[in-house]
Design a protein around this ligand. Sequence first.
Ligand SMILES: Cc1cc2nc3c(=O)[nH]c(=O)nc-3n(C[C@H](O)[C@H](O)[C@H](O)COP(=O)(O)OP(=O)(O)OC[C@H]3O[C@@H](n4cnc5c(N)ncnc54)[C@H](O)[C@@H]3O)c2cc1C
Length: 496
Amino acid sequence: MSTVSLDTPPPAADRAALIATLSHVLPAGALLTDDEDLRPYECDGLSAYRRTPLAVALPASVAEAQAVLRTCHALGVPVVTRGAGTGLSGGALPHAAGVLLSLTRLNRILAIDPVNRTARVEPGVRNLAISQAVAPHGLYYAPDPSSQIACSIGGNVAENAGGVHCLKYGLTVHNILGLELLTVDGERARVGGQALDGPGYDLLALLTGSEGMLAVIVEVTVKLLPRPERAQVVLAAFDSVTAAGAAVAGIIGAGIVPAGLELMDNLAIRAAEDYAQAGYPVDAAAILLCELDGVNEEVSEQILRVRELLRRHGASAVRTARDEAERARFWAGRKAAFPAVGRLAPDYYCMDGTIPRARLAEVLERITALSADYGLAVANVFHAGDGNLHPLILYDANRPGELKRAEEFGGRILELCVAVGGTITGEHGVGMEKIDQMCVQFATAELAQFHAIKHAFDPRGLLNPGKAVPTLHRCAELGAMHVHGGNLPFPDLERF
Ligand SMILES: Cc1cc2nc3c(=O)[nH]c(=O)nc-3n(C[C@H](O)[C@H](O)[C@H](O)COP(=O)(O)OP(=O)(O)OC[C@H]3O[C@@H](n4cnc5c(N)ncnc54)[C@H](O)[C@@H]3O)c2cc1C
């Protein structure tokens, strides 16, 4: 992973020419070039990887962002777009010879339409700020990443972000209607619209999850939903992770679609309890949090069914939150789980992969075995209903070799996901982190299609180069590991 060469700064004369031109097109204070000012932008949420950009541009209008793109395009300078920098796959990691285009100042809510249940927002608006702004209309924006207090809607679109409520309400791609974007040479374009089905290629879907590789998103039209009459959460404790995994399959198999269905193992439970005092049973091997929402009677009926199913699957304790305060506490523990686990070791590495729900227990057992092999502890806290795993590998970057071991361990987990018929991303994107595992997930012909799409949008490869899609050469060097190519990871596992 760390071998991609994006580290070479350009000659001093080119740097000076770029800075002079950008200073001309941006107002004072909108261009950072001093080392000290650049430091906060060296990494995103994946702090193991750091690189200093040539400059950071902070446009406050679409016209200023256009001017940055036009300048970089004319000079052949790479551009890495950045939202709030909470990404966990290194997607916003700067390019040493490039400009980091930070969109945090484009943070206005442009229009709220309560009748059509939509809002038009700039890309730097925080995810949670949308729901807060539309709350007086009884509406909210459903996708709720645990980072929602900080992450931007532009970053959510670029990563196709998910969250607790995506099991019932879908990912970002299911909750947006249109985008305004800037092409690599600064042209403004619109994709999507108000209709559910539009003519032409579905560029809205293509742009969602494109990780800043195809265009810069400068406006998002989001769908809003009416707040449910009632939401209630049930917490169940289990003596084994396997039993909790089986209960997940049992609930979904019974035809119930919870608003959220989250699993935490013992290490995550203890860390979250210590951090947030959520009222979790710290001796449980695993807990499930199952949220049900809808009209009052429907929720009451579903709670009874879920409690019964949880008992039948061996839950040692089942508690329904007594009131809104307790419900908020149960969720506060889950939402704080990443920073809470972060207190257990100097560093942690958050993996993100998706597997078929039926393989949950088996995959978790494998991860435990890998944890022993690599001598690194792992905490599991994840969107169990979606089969979206988040193993958090604990390590100490100051101990020689530990980061490399953590990376290898993470890579094995992703290959495990592919081997059971899953994918190497659930919601955090590929970025720098998972670029090698793309060679495991996709065949050469499939990757060639990705390159053709990239070329159509960005022929000179100036937008976020070196991320998300590996070169065919890189995959060949890694030994053509694609699972359909015969060289299967985990050959002893039953295939999907
Ligand atoms: C504690 C914690 C919890 C998290 N929980 C979740 C979770 O539950 N679900 C989830 O999905 N993610 C989660 N994340 C990951 C992260 O918050 C999301 O990926 C989020 O969508 C990133 O948004 P951002 O604004 O921080 O984007 P950034 O990190 O700044 O950028 C992410 C990627 O998007 C590109 N990009 C950003 N803005 C634009 C734009 N306007 N146009 C084009 N490209 C752009 C960047 O180039 C980069 O490739 C979590 C992160 C943390 C730290």
